[in-house]
Design a protein around this ligand. Structure first.
Ligand SMILES: [Zn+2]
Length: 125
């Protein structure tokens, strides 16, 4: 299994654990570090909507708590291949402004488009 295929699979698996009773929009993310480890995240919604966290940030925070901050690539799986929101782009830019990003449509088999944080979020803060 290629590194990208493993990352895509991890994002799709994480998506299955999304807690999205309000939007029904399930998102899974997986970030690969320079150590070759993969950390996952899913969106977790809340009745108080602003407390919701995105899958991308959940994956990054999961990696941070494990002591890793050097990110190479992230896969983001949704039903329609959505790109990360602005808040997540800002958080990703903190650690990896040139992060490789795989935008995944979670179907069987999943399809993906490769982009980068540099393209999605130029001139970051
Ligand atoms: Zn987000």
């Amino acid at each position: 299994m290629s590194q990208d295929t493993a990352l895509i699979s991890a994002a799709c698996e994480a998506r299955q654990h999304a807690f999205a009773p309000y939007s029904q929009y399930r998102v899974g993310a997986a970030v690969r570090t320079s150590q070759g480890h993969i950390y996952r995240g899913c969106n977790v919604e809340n009745k108080s909507y602003s407390l919701t966290i995105c899958a991308e940030r959940a994956a990054v925070f999961n990696a941070i708590q494990a002591g890793e901050q050097d990110f190479e690539a992230m896969a983001i799986a949704t039903e329609d291949g959505a790109a990360p929101c602005g808040a997540c782009r800002q958080v990703l830019a903190e650690f990896a402004p040139e992060l490789s990003i795989l935008v995944v449509t979670a179907q069987t088999p999943p399809t993906s488009t490769k982009t980068s944080l540099k393209l999605l979020f130029p001139d970051h803060f």
